[in-house]
Ligand binder design. Sequence first.
Ligand SMILES: [Zn+2]
Length: 377
Amino acid sequence: MKNTFAFVKTSAIVKTLVVFVLIGFCSAEVFAQSAYTRYPVHVQVVDPDKAKLKRLVSEYPELIVDHVSSLGYEIYGSKNLLTLLKVRHLNFVPVVVEVSQKNSQDYPSPEQTVARLLELHAKYPKLMTTIEIGKSVQHRSLMFARLTAKPDDSSLPEFKYIANMHGDEIVGRELMVKLIEDLTAHYGSDPRITSLMDHYQIYILPSMNPDGAAARTRFNANGVDLNRSFPDFTTQDNENTPNQREPEIQAIMNFQATHHFKLSANFHGGSEVVNYPWDAQEAAFPLDDFVKKISLDYAEKVPYIYQSTQFEHGITNGFQWYQVLGGMQDWSYHYYNDIQLTIELTQTKWPSFSTVDQSYQLNRDSLLGLIEEMNQL
Ligand SMILES: [Zn+2]
């Protein structure tokens, strides 16, 4: 995800100007204590020097880095982080996410999202079932939709989409609900959808972090970043066990272990790019050509992603962008040979609800196309 100042919704130039004005006023007092105390500080560092970022991460391993761009990067951490930034002479500004009450309320609640899935299942029982894979920290339902025209044929290849693992990145959740509506409503009339539903089992989890969505925060209700908390084969936390992990992670891990997914993607917001593995290490991915190809196939059909000014043709290798340890994407392939992409849908994490339909229309061809890539596996 590249740099985004959610409080400024105008041009990049204006963003830059506002950042530099704000730097002058920046002090620790502006960082309100979050309800989730593990990461009370969320700032934009205005310094593109990657060597300094590397040093910062080595000095402060629990730091969460996000949205690296030509301007700098976002980081989350404890209050000590502010001292370290000052010692290192790194300029920073708080990331203030202001979502109007109306904008917030226009989106369905997590409960309404689950209710919508149940409603669709009731309407299209031959095409769709729901599977509750577990509950969140605050006991909200983690509910997959399973879509196929041949529900009794468990031998059909399995595909998976997961969205909203960062609770404040909401667009993916809505696109997933729209995709489910599309797949069910147009089976039998749209040849492309009919073919997908006839040949595959498509699993879609619109929200992996409903507590975060309800509170409009990145983290789950224990203050944990779910996309940094999977087993990681490059670190000491490399045992593929759900024990001692967050309930949302446990639910995904247990579900994955009982399926044979070949291809999947997870959705984020705050940037616009298709990110392919690895995230954790520099070494080339075993299927490097293939993941580049399917990333490009996704991006080139979405003009606003393909025409990115930060990423050539709207795609990037994860590690080359910035290292992520404990991400779902790498875990998925390393432990299960389930190739996974990480797709950043929108610069603004929580845009006006009125933009969602257009986002779906812009991504629809690619969302269907990525499932069709299964025919190459
Ligand atoms: Zn994210």
